[in-house]
Design a binder for this molecule. Structure first.
Ligand code: C2E
Ligand code: CA
Length: 400
């Protein structure tokens, strides 16, 4: 396995030579592996609320080797499991330091399919986390799309166990495998990380853009949140905001940083020019969809109705309306909130009337239902237009 000499954006390089298993085991023994952390920006709050641990090999001679130059080799030879084993305690130590500085940050760790294939992997991980005293909800595990799709039943149970402990799960490199809605639907993953090949192609071809749109909508339909990886430009960040992508990661925000620099980075003030029109767009779609579901279910036998699906707080639109405070027009949002809650209350009575077979009540309430829904839609549309105009005035980049 030859490591090619190359310079990259982080200005580190490796010289030409063939890796051997001995190189890896020596590096573990000499404690030459460490994690860099890449900040992840929340597009709904404008804060750095998460990070990804990315392994680096710092040789005794000072050379710093990027993950892509030795992780594929380690995966191929199976040595990755040794690296992971050695690095989990290191990750947990770093995490303590990160959360001491900022308790909101969730940090993710990349796990190879070779790690997951081991029966003792998840129990060992859980024990180490438990012994460390770290809050498991501050940890996220990233599994690539292809390894997530090929998990055996036993390993799926392990994944469910991680989730039950409050550990978040992410599908990594989405767009490089062959996941479908049907396959993803049953997996307990919360985050979809859109691969950087998809992100980087988005701005150069119309098809690329459509694909990116579809992937983010797919995450939304699966009730997952999306992270776009490899975001290198302001324009792409703005575009992603507009389609309701929740998080971005990439050089535009920051390169992966050594722990001390990462901590410095999260302590500094940043102004990322966040706009919420994409979140509002999602709320519009979601609300329209919700209205359809409520109405359609009046035709379906009551046994088949899942009332929980109609609960306001469960829908992305609901979450948005209940959580978002940082917006252009607070009064508008208060009105919106009131109408939204009212439409939800009417829907509840409607659905109960359906359960008890009270056709008269249904007929009486339907005009009310559509009336409040109409108000919500109109207010959402107004909020959308306001946020877009606000952004247009605020961000000169739109005028270029
Ligand atoms: P990944 O999980 O897809 O990680 C993202 C890679 O993209 C990282 O490369 C990161 O440095 C790079 N990157 C981030 N932002 C940008 C950007 O804006 N533009 C470009 N061009 N690149 C960007 P890195 O650190 O070399 O890692 C490569 C791969 O190695 C990772 O891909 C991941 O699959 C694997 N890896 C890294 N650390 C670990 C680890 O601790 N364990 C395991 N099993 N795999 C790891
Ligand atoms: Ca990753």
């Amino acid at each position: 396995y030859t490591v090619r000499r190359m310079y990259d954006v982080e200005d580190y390089y490796v010289t030409d030579y063939k890796l051997t298993p001995k190189d890896i085991s020596n590096a573990i023994k000499n404690d030459e592996f460490l994690f860099f952390y890449q900040p992840i920006l929340s597009l709904s709050t404008g804060n750095i609320d998460s990070a990804e641990a990315l392994i680096r090999w710092k040789k005794n001679n000072g050379e710093l080797v990027q993950a892509r130059h030795f992780i594929p080799y380690a995966e191929q030879t199976g040595l990755i499991t040794e690296i992971t084993k050695a690095m989990i305690p290191r990750f947990l130590e770093d995490l303590k330091k990160i959360n001491q500085q900022n308790n909101a940050i969730v940090t993710s760790l990349n796990i190879s399919s070779k790690d997951m294939a081991q029966e003792e992997f998840v129990p060992t991980l859980l024990k180490l986390i438990n012994d460390s005293g770290i809050d498991p909800s501050k940890i996220k595990i990233e599994l690539t799309e292809s390894s997530a799709l090929t998990l055996s039943i036993e390993r799926l149970l392990d994944i469910a166990e991680l989730k039950a402990h409050g550990i978040e799960l992410a599908i990594d490199d989405f767009g490089t495998g062959h996941a479908t809605f049907e396959k993803l639907k049953n997996l307990p993953f919360k985050t979809l990380k859109i691969d950087q090949t998809m992100t980087s192609q988005a701005m150069s071809t119309p098809d690329g853009l459509t694909l990116l749109d579809h992937s983010i909508n797919l995450a939304h339909q699966l009730q997952m949140t999306s992270v776009a990886e490899g975001v290198e430009t302001d324009a792409l960040m703005k575009y992603l905001m507009g389609i309701g992508c929740e998080h971005i990661q990439g050089y535009f925000i920051s390169k992966p940083l050594e722990l001390s620099s990462f901590i410095e980075f999260i302590n500094n003030e940043h102004d990322w020019d966040i706009m919420q029109h994409g979140q509002i767009y999602k709320a519009i779609i979601d609300f329209t969809d919700w209205q359809r579901k409520v109405y359609s279910s009046l035709y379906i036998s009551s046994d088949n109705m899942r009332i929980v699906e109609f609960e306001a707080e469960h829908s992305p639109a609901g979450k948005f309306l209940f959580e978002v405070v940082n917006t252009a027009d607070i009064r508008l949002f208060n009105k919106l909130n009131t109408s939204y809650k009212k439409s939800y209350e009417v829907a509840k009575i409607l659905l109960n009337a359906k359960s008890s077979g009270d056709q008269n009540l249904i007929e009486k309430l339907l005009p009310d239902f559509f009336d409040t829904c109409g108000k919500v839609s109109a207010l959402l549309q107004k909020a959308y237009a306001k946020e877009c105009q606000h952004g247009l005035l605020k961000h000169s980049s739109f005028r270029k």
